[in-house]
Design a binder for this molecule. Sequence first.
Ligand SMILES: Cc1cc2nc3c(=O)[nH]c(=O)nc-3n(C[C@H](O)[C@H](O)[C@H](O)COP(=O)(O)OP(=O)(O)OC[C@H]3O[C@@H](n4cnc5c(N)ncnc54)[C@H](O)[C@@H]3O)c2cc1C
Length: 481
Amino acid sequence: MSTAIYRFARDLRLDDHAGLSAAAAHGDIVPVLIVDRDLEARLCSSPRRAAFFCCAVSALDGALRERGSALIVRHGAVAEVLQQLIRDAQAGAVAWSASYDGAGMQSDTQVQDVMEESGTRAIVVHDSPAIPPEESTAARSSGGDGYRAFAPYYETWRELAPGSYEAPLLLSFARTQLQSEKLPQPKDFGSPEAEAGAGPAPAREKLDAFLRGAGLQYAFALNVPADDRTSHLSADLTFGTIAARTIVRETHARLDDPFLLSEERASLRLFLRSIAMRDFFLQLGWYNPRSADETLQEKMRDFPFADSHPQLDAWREGRTGYPVIDAGIRQLRATGWMHPRVRAIAASFLCFDLGVDWRLGMAEWERQLVEDDPAIAIGNWQWIAGVGADLAAYPRIYNPRKQARRFDPNGVYARKWIAELAHVPGGGFDSLRLGSPQIELPLHAAQSYPRPVVDHERAAREFLKRYQEFVKPVAGHQANR
Ligand SMILES: Cc1cc2nc3c(=O)[nH]c(=O)nc-3n(C[C@H](O)[C@H](O)[C@H](O)COP(=O)(O)OP(=O)(O)OC[C@H]3O[C@@H](n4cnc5c(N)ncnc54)[C@H](O)[C@@H]3O)c2cc1C
């Protein structure tokens, strides 16, 4: 029997695995992990990410050992390492799962070219999305190169069923004498953390618990930052400790429960919509490989977002004086995760109130988040900055005070993450800064909480003026798809 190398990257599991299935068709599998400079840099930039990744890799190795195999770890440039391994394992094929951001896709193509020039079959498989980009595009009546708007994408997505792949027990792994370097450890990437609980088993437990409980109130959790009970599956999806396909199938299975209340059913459907959103941004990256540098909306390509602002550090550190934003940023810095609703408010503040380039915000959060999906980050940041797939006529500028009144009316979220406000009752933190006589000592700490670093209303209007002046000459030239 011939052998096929499978290179793991963002797909650290054996179950429901499109890449492993593709490799298995070409022989017994040699499982490989290559730590190249790009991966190393992304892991070094976020200690929690490094810890999560190392824990997931260790779980993968454990699962392989149970199958009589083991992960072969190597450091170095991907193409060179693969060539050496192909020679040593006498492999006829090599497979891995596709990237969806420009840099990742370029690297995939280069490695694929090198493999094929040297006579090895190289197979790049769609594993990360529940529905691969070509499938949603093929199902589209007007053809073309992917979707730029979410609504029609979602209409199509809902009609498609994710594929399913062999159970790990049916996969056959090669017995080789190949030596492995040691498994990556968090300290290799400068991380002091020893994250426990990353891997397919905890991811599956998280999903099951979510579908049994919090998922039934997802519509609520999505809008209540203090509730904090969205799925928290983003890092698992990033590193593929669970497949998006599995999530979709299990959610559909849950929807079959005849005893669900209609609002519970609506919540589960909303959760599926979030997974569709993920697929949408992955396909957006797939068909728009230049999106890291080039905004999707042509009319906005040269919009003069600033590359600095005197209050940029205040935003980075959660000291803007707007509690809902500062709570979100402090939650991110403390945990590596921020509630989805607050992400939108905090990102809007950076792009519009401070007028700062979305790429700076994205880079900052990439250093803080555990999850690491460049295509998804780019898609979301462009959307919020009004330069991407959101086709609203005007930028959607979030008012942080109104948002706080709506989504954190009692200040529970703000108090949880902002130590200075921990003992301030109610949600009307504004009265503090007005020197309200109702706010009495011992609220010294609250007095050290900053005043708003910019006046939101004024900043928003100034941005809209700049926006109007910029788009006026090119209005009407944008072909929205
Ligand atoms: C400015 C900004 C930046 C963001 N950056 C990232 C990022 O770098 N990586 C990332 O995975 N998500 C990003 N998101 C999307 C979303 O906020 C996170 O996926 C979500 O907060 C993760 O928490 P959760 O797993 O509990 O999500 P849930 O609400 O439970 O959703 C389940 C899953 O659906 C997917 N999902 C949900 N919303 C989105 C969305 N808007 N876009 C794409 N996928 C989505 C995620 O994989 C998520 O894990 C960003 C959103 C904004 C507004």
